[in-house]
Design a protein around this ligand. Structure first.
Ligand code: SAM
Length: 332
């Protein structure tokens, strides 16, 4: 596979990272992610999800254009039937070096060895509270014990790079920052705090946002943080003497659009060039109308040429206006 990457936009950004939503469905209803009624999921709009062969065809096409890393997300990706086989097929595509998974962790326990054997080398588990009652309030479900078991199993997998992702919402879970950081004392994973972003009708309010500098300052009052540099979109830190790391992802107060390398594919095959831009290319429809690969790749390059320079969202922007209507349809 040639190293050539032709997925370069007019701002010189090279796109080698494809995030694929495997299903719009989820077994949690996190208030900030999937509010009732705020959904545009396949199945709920009559749109047809991509089948495994269609998906594999698209990954092959993107790998041929320069994609090297694929992240499987959702909805909840572990709800997709036969995901292990799909992972194995994606991992076997020439050019693909990393297959990663983002999950809410509820279905991990018992599945992890199969997922790792199939080719998952990086795992992100979303967890917004370490308190079972608070977890239920945020997600609408009583799954904290299963998620925790899943995390423990993942920690025991030496081949797996594990990260916990926590969306910080003021008044909901920001009192738990230090508890999350304390987990990094003995566990060799990264706990990443993500700024709460506005989407459609997800109840976002400016005063609910806790910017990454405030998060870091509040943690720093308890644990001295040492800067470790950047890892992709993450500002990485660690606490002296602790085994793990602490990261901050700041899409609103520390915009990282200039280094964006991401493309996103919805479960029904719509390509999104930017999380917050509703413009999309319906590759699923093109496949169903028997478009040859050359048409698909030509359409991808034409769409990429129009990719916006930045999402234009900031700490003061409002929840309405353009943008995805529901995070669980696009996968974060
Ligand atoms: N079900 C999987 C999970 O829970 O990780 C994958 C899909 S979920 C949409 C992917 C990520 O998006 C999760 O880490 C979630 O917390 C994050 N997310 C959802 N809504 C968000 C928002 N409004 N702001 C910031 N992150 C959000």
């Amino acid at each position: 596979m040639p190293e050539r990457n032709i997925l370069i936009d007019r701002y010189g950004r090279k796109h080698d990272y494809l995030r694929i939503s495997l299903t719009g469905g989820c077994n949690l209803n996190c208030s900030y992610c999937r509010p009732p009624g705020g959904t545009d999921l396949p199945g709920e709009t009559g749109r047809q999800g991509l089948g495994d062969d269609e998906l594999i065809r698209l990954v092959r096409l993107f790998a041929g254009m320069g994609v090297r890393k694929v992240r499987l997300t959702g909805g909840e990706p572990l709800l997709r039937r036969g995901i292990e086989k799909l992972i194995e097929r994606i991992a076997g595509i020439a050019g693909i070096r990393t297959v990663a998974l983002t999950t809410n962790g509820t279905l991990l326990d018992g599945r992890l060895p199969g997922l790792v054997a199939a080719g998952i080398s990086r795992l992100n588990v979303s967890l917004d509270s370490l308190d079972a009652g608070r977890f239920r309030e945020i997600t609408g479900a009583d799954f904290f014990p299963s998620v925790w078991r899943g995390i423990e199993t993942a920690l025991a997998e030496p081949a797996l790079e594990l990260k916990l992702n926590t969306v910080v919402v003021r008044g909901i879970n920001d009192h738990e920052l230090a508890d999350f950081v304390a987990l990094t004392e003995d566990n060799e994973f990264t706990v990443r705090f993500i700024e709460y972003m506005p989407f459609g009708d997800n109840h976002w309010q400016p005063d609910r946002l806790v910017g990454w500098r405030e998060i870091a300052r509040r943690i720093g009052e308890i644990f001295p943080l040492r800067q470790q540099g950047r890892q992709g979109v993450t500002r990485l830190y660690s606490v002296e003497g602790f085994s793990g790391r602490v990261g901050f992802i700041a899409p609103l107060t520390g915009c990282f659009c200039a280094g964006c390398s991401r493309l996103r594919l919805t479960a029904d095959g719509r390509l999104r060039l930017c999380l917050h831009d509703r413009n999309e290319l319906d590759l699923g429809a093109m496949i169903r109308s028997a478009a040859p690969d050359a048409h698909l790749s030509g359409a991808v390059l034409a769409a990429l040429a129009g990719k916006v320079q930045g999402h234009g969202r900031s700490a003061g922007s409002r929840a309405d206006g353009p943008g995805v209507t529901c995070m669980s349809s696009i996968g974060g």
